[in-house]
Ligand binder design. Structure first.
Ligand code: KMH
Ligand code: ZN
Length: 307
């Protein structure tokens, strides 16, 4: 059986409570969905916080602390804390949890882009919370800020805390942004890159685009990098499977996709992980265990996080 790293992104900051009743909102819900996803086969879990009353994305450190400490106490899964946060957060707020909890892995977004969620508003007539339409409409004028200065700050912060960056590349140019630092030998081996596809503002989720991302990364990083792929919405499983067949990892989860199949909502993150594991097994693949993932990515180990 070929092993691949299977990431699960549990709640994120794109979907809002009106869009799905199954989206975990409260810290314990987020934590237990992450734990169940790990039991279903996830190698890592990618974590955002939400306000427990409204479901609004939040960088509140106590909320993040409750989520990650509950996961850590109940599962061996690798915890990856977001530094992308939500559209309502400054860069300072987005990155604050890393020096506090010192996770093994944290996301690091590789460039400033438009990040548009507003088209989804047409499909929704009634909202559960006032903040939701304002948040989504606000994305019409939103720039997801990740300047070179921000990147350098995040690299330094992660290095000091022993946290490995999971680099999020939303377009081909982001691979070149990262290469600027790779050429200066500023990145630790292996460079771990996640291709993010299908966000309006970034590269589209198609197989030719995924192949192009991989070929570009191959040229720039040779055998010094590993990759995984996220695709938004209905493209999730096709791109995840293609990524796995190309030798990479895959990410699934309610952060990126609310649907198990056409017309059938996923009731939990574990259901999405189970589906990916089923597809993988049919093709002779299986998810890497958290410890295998630690070894492959050269992570510092779960005993060195601050939880
Ligand atoms: N929300 C995804 C498109 C992050 O949290 O740093 C990418 C992501 C970024 O997960
Ligand atoms: Zn995220």
């Amino acid at each position: 059986m070929e092993k691949f790293i299977l990431n699960c992104a549990v709640t994120g900051a794109i979907h809002t409570p009106t869009m799905a009743p199954y989206l975990p909102i409260k810290p314990k819900e987020i934590a237990y969905q992450a734990i169940e996803a790990a039991e279903a086969g996830a190698s890592t879990v990618h974590i955002h916080g939400r306000d427990p009353e409204t479901g609004m994305p939040t960088g509140d450190l106590n909320i993040m602390g409750e989520i990650v400490s509950t996961i850590h106490a109940n599962s061996n899964v690798v915890i990856c804390i977001t530094t992308g946060g939500g559209m309502n957060m400054t860069v300072d707020e987005r990155i604050a949890a890393v020096p506090v909890y010192k996770p093994e892995l944290a996301s690091c977004n590789l460039g400033s882009i438009n990040f548009a969620l507003f088209p989804v508003m047409n499909k929704i007539k009634e909202w559960k919370h006032e903040w939701e339409p304002a948040y989504l409409e606000g994305s019409r004028d939103f720039i997801f800020k990740n300047t070179f200065k921000d990147l350098e700050r995040i690299f330094e912060m992660m290095a000091v805390n022993g946290t490995k960056p999971e680099f999020e590349a939303y377009d081909v140019g982001h691979l070149h942004n990262l290469n600027y630092y790779f050429e200066q030998h500023q990145l630790q081996d292996p460079v771990y890159i996640q291709f993010v596809m299908g966000i309006l503002g970034g590269i589209d989720a198609t197989i030719p685009h995924l192949v192009h991302m991989k070929q570009t990364a191959d040229l720039l990083y040779g055998d010094k990098y590993l990759f995984s792929t996220i695709a938004a919405g209905r493209h999730e499983f096709a791109m995840a499977t293609t990524s796995m067949l190309l030798g990479g990892g895959a990410r699934v989860g309610l952060e990126d996709n609310l649907w198990l199949a056409k017309g059938e909502m996923a009731k939990s993150n574990a259901e999405l992980v189970e589906k990916m594991v089923r597809i993988a097994r049919e093709l002779g693949y299986g998810p890497a265990t958290p410890d295998e993932t630690r070894q492959t990515l050269k992570l510092k180990g779960r005993d060195k996080v601050n939880l």
